[in-house]
Every structure is written in C-alpha cells, then in structure tokens.
Design a protein around this ligand. Structure first.
Ligand SMILES: Cc1cc2nc3c(=O)[nH]c(=O)nc-3n(C[C@H](O)[C@H](O)[C@H](O)COP(=O)(O)OP(=O)(O)OC[C@H]3O[C@@H](n4cnc5c(N)ncnc54)[C@H](O)[C@@H]3O)c2cc1C
Length: 394
C-alpha cells in the first residue's frame, strides 16, 4: 500500500496546474455560485481543450475516445479539478459516472453513439433521479414510462436537476416502467434527448444562484426503445453502480486543501492588534486541525481508489470518502470564516472582502456537500449496514 505518486504522475500534476493557470479566467468562479452563460461557455472551452490533450477522459479506454490512463493519474486529475473549482462544470457528470454507466450497461450502438461526444467535450448531460416525493428513498419514484411497443411515453416531474438549463442536451432519466412489481424492480433507465417535445425545464432560485438546480416536467414525452439503458424494469443495479461512481469520482479533499492554503497565506500576511495571525496559537491549532481532517479524507479517498484498482467494490468506503471529503471542505470554510472575522461576510467584489470573498463563497457553496449524491445520513446508514454488517433498519 504505497500512496506516493510516481514521477510521471507528479509531472502530470505540474502540467495540469500550468494548463489551468493559463486557461482559467478571472470570471471563473467554480461549479457552484454561477450558471451564467459565460461560465458555462468557459467550461465548454476548457473541456474541449482538455479533450485535445487526451485529459478529459483520461482513464477511459482508447476505443471510446479515452487515453487508457491509470487510476492514480485520474486521481491527480480529479484533485486538481476540484482544487480549481471543477472547471469541467456540467460535464463532470458525463465523465464521472454517466459515461461509465453507458460503458458498462449500454449496447454497442449506444456506446458508439453517446461516448464519443462526451470524450470530445461537446455535450452536456443532466441527471434526472430525484422527485418531490423521492430523494433519499429514490425507489419511490413515480415518473411513469408507458410501454408502447417501439417507444415509451413519459409523464412526471423531476427536481434538483443540476445544469438542466445550461442547457443540457441529454438526461439520464429514471422512470417507473412497471407498477405491478415491487418498487425496486419496476424501474428503468432512459437516455432522453432534452429537445424532445413535452419537456419543460424550470430553474430554481437557490443559495447557489439562479438556475444551478432545476425542475424538469415531462408531458407525453416520446422516448424510442433504443434509448433504454440496460434491461427494462431492471434499472436498480445501474443506479447503485452509477451512484457509487458519483461518490468516488469527486476528489472533494482537493478543494479542502485549496481553502487551507488560502488561509495559510492569509494568516502569514495579515496582522491583528499588532500581531501576525500566524503567531496566534489558537489560529495555528485550528489550521493544523483542518490539515489533519484533509489528510484523513484524502487517505480514505486513496483507499477507495486502491480497492477499485484491486477489482473490489468499495461500497461502504465510497460513502466514508464522501462523508469525510465533504466535511473537510465544509469545516475548512467554517473555520476560515472564523479566522477572517466579520469582514468575511463581505462578498466577492467588495474592496474589504478578505481573500477576495473566497471564504464566504466557499462556506455557502459547500453546504450541498451534505445533501447531493445522497445525504450524509444516508451515507452513514450505508456504512452501518454494508461496512459494519448491522441489520437493515426496520
Ligand atoms: C446542489 C444539489 C444538486 C443536486 N443535483 C441533483 C441532480 O442533478 N439530479 C438529481 O436527481 N438530484 C439532485 N439533487 C438531489 C439530491 O440527490 C437529494 O436532495 C437528496 O438525495 C436528498 O433527497 P431529498 O431532498 O428528497 O431529502 P429527503 O430524502 O426528504 O431527506 C430529508 C432529510 O431526512 C433525512 N433522511 C431521509 N431518509 C432518512 C433515513 N432513512 N434515515 C435517516 N435520515 C433520513 C435526510 O438525510 C435529510 O436530512 C441535488 C441536490 C442538491 C442539494
């Protein structure tokens, strides 16, 4: 178990950092916070530039437009993306788990049709899982797909759909295709063209800005049978596969480290009451504690990667990595707000905002880390059941 990166991987990290420093503009503010068209366009440009270098789908097989890269180089890529605010924007979903789901469960025709545009960075997908009555209990979903021989007719509503109005070109949609079966059994996965008549996207105003998350309404939407992914009524294993990729595909700890580094710079260069902040023992211990949390989160994340490399399925470990990565980022921002003091409430663009308003932004933007991809409560239940072998809660 050697968690040192090799020379080639270290060089790759350096190359990536140079690339991101050159390509990211001042207007870039990360995946949360702004869904302005300028930002979405910037993420499109970055994805195309990454694709040209073979980095966008680094670990995908060559036959689907990837570079056959190893899992640890992919980890380097994830860490650097998150440390730079995830400039792949909406496309991180295609790359992290929608593409791998199609690779694993799609027909050869679906692979040839859907994977190359993802690998070229030219397509945006949204995820249509949650509904007003089905979040943690996803299997209760009610969006209905009626079987009409060569097509389905879809009616229902989804909610909290990230980037649906970017606009997304395609939706990975979960539907109830059989009402006779038990709830986990009658679910199918459809690949839905978002320009199909009958689809309406309505942006939701949230802390993250207007339009980062959305509702999607489906009214008599016709989806051809060729767009069914995996077996009809047998979509549940695809969902668990996709969700574990979603949880492990994001190197949240990379973002925690960036916040910690910003704080270190700040306390080194800022004086309060005639004393440098970095000389205050309380501040030093707070930052040291953040660094311990970051290192623990990173270690669990690396453990997950080493399990995948060994061909094991890291279910409880993926949940642990998600809990710790999310909490490391949230805690870094919370402690950051304490250290910068009242001025920390000033937003980006205000002249007195410490670190350019970075702590306030991070503090708000990291709140969804406790909710998205399954809440922390649900992740803990997975650890209890799958990691500790406790019986399923009654
Ligand atoms: C920023 C953001 C982006 C998102 N993007 C998408 C997206 O692109 N596509 C998509 O489909 N969804 C998306 N979601 C939705 C997300 O997956 C759900 O919000 C999440 O699964 C929780 O579901 P819910 O909101 O219905 O809450 P609920 O399931 O109603 O949970 C409410 C509370 O009860 C707790 N709870 C529920 N069940 C249990 C239990 N059995 N034991 C203990 N506690 C429990 C939860 O932890 C939570 O605190 C996004 C959410 C956010 C915040």
């Amino acid at each position: 178990m050697n968690f040192e990166f090799n020379e080639e991987q270290d060089r790759f990290r350096e190359d990536l950092r140079h690339f991101l420093n050159d390509e990211l503009t001042d207007e870039w503010r990360g995946i949360y916070g702004s869904n302005a068209h300028a930002t979405v366009q910037l993420t499109r440009d970055i994805c195309v530039a990454l694709a040209e270098r073979g980095w966008l789908t680094l670990s995908w097989p060559k036959e689907y437009g990837g570079s056959d890269g190893d899992l640890w180089s992919q980890m380097v890529l994830r860490e650097e993306m998150w440390a730079h605010g995830e400039p792949r924007g909406p496309q991180y979903m295609n790359l992290n788990y929608i593409g791998p789901m199609i690779m694993r469960f799609g027909s050869e025709e679906q692979k040839q049709r859907f994977l190359p545009p993802m690998a070229a960075g030219s397509v945006i997908w949204t995820q249509g899982f949650s509904e007003p009555g089905a979040g943690s209990d996803l299997a209760s979903l009610r969006t209905r797909a009626e079987d009409k021989d060569d097509h389905f007719v879809v009616n229902g509503q989804k909610i909290w759909n990230s980037y649906a109005n970017s606009p997304a070109d395609w939706c990975l949609l979960l539907v109830r295709s059989n009402t006779e079966e038990k709830k986990h059994r009658g679910i199918s996965v459809l690949l839905v063209d978002m320009t199909t008549p009958g689809i309406t996207v309505r942006p939701i105003r949230s802390m993250g800005g207007f339009g980062e998350i959305n509702e999607i309404f489906f009214e008599d939407v016709v989806v051809p049978k060729e767009n069914l992914l995996g077996p009809q009524d047998g979509g549940w294993p695809l969902i668990t596969y996709g969700l574990s990729f979603e949880r492990t595909g994001i190197a949240t700890h990379g973002r925690a480290l960036r916040t910690i580094e910003q704080l270190i710079d700040y306390v080194r260069t800022t004086e309060r009451d005639g004393r440098r902040l970095c000389d205050d023992p309380e501040i030093r211990t707070k930052i040291a504690d953040l660094y311990c949390r970051y290192r623990a989160a990173r270690l669990i994340s690396y453990r997950v990667t080493s399990m995948v490399e060994a061909g094991k399925e890291p279910v409880a470990e993926a949940s642990m990595a998600w809990i710790h990565g999310g909490q490391a980022t949230q805690e870094a921002a919370r402690v950051g707000m304490e250290i910068v003091g009242w001025n920390g409430l000033l937003r980006e663009g205000e002249s007195d905002a410490p670190i350019g308003g970075a702590m306030e932004r991070e503090w708000i933007e990291m709140i969804p880390m406790s909710i998205g991809a399954g809440t922390v409560d649900i992740q803990r239940l997975i650890v209890a059941q799958r990691g500790l072998g406790l019986p399923k809660a009654g």
